[in-house]
Design a binder for this molecule. Sequence first.
Ligand code: ZN
Length: 486
Amino acid sequence: MHLVACSESPLEQEVDFLVLGIHSEEGVAGPMLEVDHELGGALRRLWENGDFSGKSMEAQLLALPGLMKARFLLLVGLGPKDERSDERVMKVAAMAAKKMGDQGGRKAAFYFGSGNVAAGICGAFIGGHGQDLCRTESSLHPLAELRWHGGSDEDCQQGRDLGESVNLTRRLVNLPPNHIYPESVAREMQQLADEVGLGIEIWDEDRLVEENCQALLAVARGSVRKPRLVILNYKGGAEDQAPVALVGKGVTFDSGGYSLKPSDGMKDMKCDMAGAATVIGAMRAIALRKPQVNVIGLVGLVENLVSGDAYKLGDVLKSRNGKTIEILNTDAEGRVVLADVLDVAVERGADRIVDLATLTGACLVALGMDVAGIMTNHADWCQSIQNAAAQTGEQVWELPMFPEFGEQVQSKVADIKNVGNGRWGGAITAAKFLEEFVRETPWVHIDIAGPAYLDSEKAWIDAGGSGAFVRTLVQLVENCASEAKA
Ligand SMILES: [Zn+2]
């Protein structure tokens, strides 16, 4: 996409679409005034008739045959001015881009008032990309050219970096599981690391054996696709500064293993690597934005299938940190993979860890499709994540980590078992399992089973991978950098 900051009058824009973002209490004001004058008061009449009121996410498309240099006028509602936020501007711009994306090659100029420029541009990137990566004729197209009125070149770049990183996460989730498997994800990560200048270590099967990642290896055994553990390394801080670790679950396809899922529960299981994809997208944005802090991104990549060699119910695995795990459900595989990856993060000296995983259906039952559950062993670090999420408008809700939930994952034959007693509180018993592998390190687990993957489209984003929490992770890391400076 060709992206430019611009300052000219809307009347001068030779584009397909002039997109005017309007606050609900403002009436015909700002850039609308000039356009209204040119159109002989048409916008004022539209407003007075109540056909457009500027309420959030409202949209009104007007054709301008020969009336102005632009071919169409797209009026979009930003809602009340005192509710204006990065999130609001991002979503409204995304909705506009999605509406204009029904054809390719289009040019648009956005007039959204002052502020929130990077967020708006990020949204325009998100709205124009969809899940139809394998269709011969795409049904959703990115803009060919985007002009943003009143922004700086730096704002534009920032918005592009973030929007393209969110879209990278979405693309990795949306690609089908015959394209996306541990080795292919590792290849994508190698390419990314070369492009943006991140350090990278790819652990293949031999290295995983050497490193004692027996839990991760056991989950991978059912597939002919070999597992990988990949570590991305960003150095923005002092050499001796402990890194923040971002850890992602990367089950590139989850059949459930011998605890086989029914077809209905399996059909979207390409999304079970969304945690890893989120970490990858965030690491890309971090490498481009260059905050002054050290960050490592670790992803455990496996495919969970069935075969004569697959792990079984009743198996006891010895995890990397030495704890033994009794397997009582092979569909609770994400936590088994993460057990080893979290141990690597601890060993690498991380002083704060956040992990992201499409971990439990129970989290969906508790919080619905749009809210991520967060669970922690450290109130302050959890607050940092809640603050970053609030800044980006992504929704998180803390679930309690009472010790009684931990009793449920105690095993009679091993140190720990990979499921609780029955289904109740399943999001939390999963977190209690993970907590066993972070030692004393401040840690937050984000269960993104709901928001990572959309069953149906929204006005501002296509269905499929949502890229949720890339923006929160980037914000979190930037906040860590400014705290370190202060
Ligand atoms: Zn599973």
